[in-house]
Design a protein around this ligand. Structure first.
Ligand SMILES: O=C(O)CCC(=O)C(=O)O
Ligand SMILES: [Fe+2]
Length: 341
């Protein structure tokens, strides 16, 4: 528990165990904001131009692997409450939040720090609270009891964000020409919520909040406040995401890239820290069930003259490969032994 970075606000310099090697640290060069991330107006209350929305989403998912989404149906008030309760959780006294601290990745609801503190060579400047949230009634009782409104606010947000994620998967499926209902219960069985907290850092040039990675799951919806920190790799250069008020950020995960046979792509991203401000984000991750087979959809293989670009593996094996590769901070092109030769 003493390893939580949010408990070490007395630090005036970055401890050696958080200092990245010269070629993996962000350094002092300024990373420009990329102003052309697609902003897609979902117009949730009246998707009157459905084919138009489908093609914008598909284009963004193919070209960038991420986009900002507005008019998504989650109210500004609900977004504010969710971020507020997340911040409040990390500001609870150590005795209270420490009840959820665990170093066992198998623990369902857990507070932890970095990625896997005891195993990794270098640590990352992030604490996280992670728990499953679907079906709600199976999980909410394992969530924090404090702040008092945690379960109510997070329960409502996770339900809404799951609905939105499934709608997005449906629209992507439509755009790819997959049959209605392709993203079935097995492929979308698991929803994990991660509350990420990045305290201010004495020297953001030396460390990262999260290392370069692509999300392993199908689709991620990220709620972030006003403090920037997320960066993505485009044509070999890091670019910063400017937080867009009222919008949610959507990322395509690796499992979806594989299912789409490369028609949509995962974006490599990382999180930098801020010298002055803390940053809190809430991510919702839709994962397939562990025993699901992850492989390119038959129709999309046929579209490529019968050539699957990726191997077929169970989601369990898929995730194991992913975890090993992320620890080792392998350069992106070498990651994931999933591409076919
Ligand atoms: O906190 C963020 O901005 C991104 C978090 C993220 O990439 C993740 O949890 O996978
Ligand atoms: Fe991520």
């Amino acid at each position: 528990m003493e390893t939580l970075i949010s408990g070490r606000c007395d630090l005036h310099s970055v401890p050696d165990s958080y200092v990245l090697s010269a070629n993996t640290r962000p350094g002092k060069d300024e990373v420009p904001f990329f102003e052309s991330i697609p902003v897609i107006d979902l117009g949730i209350n009246s998707i009157h131009d459905r084919p138009g929305v489908v093609s914008q989403i598909l284009e963004a998912a193919r070209e960038f692997g991420l986009f900002q989404l507005t008019n998504h149906g989650i109210s500004a008030e609900q977004m504010e409450d969710t971020l507020r309760v997340a911040k409040e959780f990390f500001h609870l006294p150590m005795e209270e939040k420490g009840k959820y601290f665990s170093e066992d990745p198998k623990q369902s609801c857990r507070l932890y720090t970095s990625i896997e503190y005891r195993k990794e060579k270098v640590h990352f400047w992030r604490d996280a609270l992670r728990h499953p949230c679907y079906p709600l009634e199976d999980h909410w009782h394992s969530w924090p009891e404090k702040p008092d409104w945690y379960r109510e606010v997070i329960g409502r947000f996770s339900t809404e964000v799951r609905k939105l994620s499934l709608l997005l998967l449906g629209l992507i499926g439509e755009g790819l020409g997959l049959e209605h209902g392709f993203f079935n219960e097995g492929l979308t069985r698991v929803q994990l919520l991660a509350l990420n907290h990045y305290p201010p850092c004495p020297d953001p040039s030396l460390t990262l909040g999260l290392p370069p990675h692509g999300d392993v799951n199908l689709i991620t919806v990220l709620l972030q406040g006003k403090v920037p920190g997320l960066q993505f790799l485009r044509e070999g250069s890091w670019l910063a995401v400017r937080p867009c008020p009222g919008a949610l950020l959507v990322n395509i995960g690796h499992a979806l890239e594989v299912i789409s046979n490369g028609n949509v792509r995962t974006v490599e991203h990382r999180v930098v820290t801020d010298g002055q401000h803390e940053r809190t984000t809430v991510g919702s991750f839709i994962h397939p069930a562990y025993d699901s087979q992850i492989e390119p959809a038959r129709k999309l293989v046929n579209d490529r003259g019968g050539r699957p670009l990726y191997k077929s593996v169970t989601y369990k094996d898929f995730v194991s490969t992913y975890i090993v590769d992320t620890y080792e901070i392998k350069p992106f092109p070498e990651r994931y032994a999933l591409k076919r030769d």
